[in-house]
Design a protein. Sequence first.
Length: 154
Amino acid sequence: MPKVGNMHPLFSDEYYMQLALYEAEAAAEAGEIPVGAVIVCQHRIIAKTRNQTEQLTDVTAHAEILAITAAADYLGSKYLKDCTLYVTLEPCVMCGGALYWSQIGRIVYGASDDKRGYSLLTQNILHPKTTVKRGILEQEITQLLKKFFLRLRT
């Protein structure tokens, strides 16, 4: 298996984002807005989720919220300081607030959300120690979102 720089591909942002993209595709197939999330702690996947607002009839059942809950349960801690969230779409303000309270160490997202993304309101919604990386697999994720919404309109 080829390496990415000095890093094994299993530990790359692209690898984990691809897993989040698979979750987003599964969400789309289930009629959910295609957002997927993966939380990784010390190179171990501790949560894999997707949007389930329709399935659960719950407006708070965003992929990020479900991932935070699963990761906190796995770790036995409400704080996710040593974790990275990989999410296909920029978190909304609600999810940004939950990520703040979880003190997640790092967020990596694929596509920006020009309508409801947290950064439209403020960059300060996240915990001051949280780092953010944007644009991983952005083209593939944007294509999935456009295809999903086009299908809804036809």
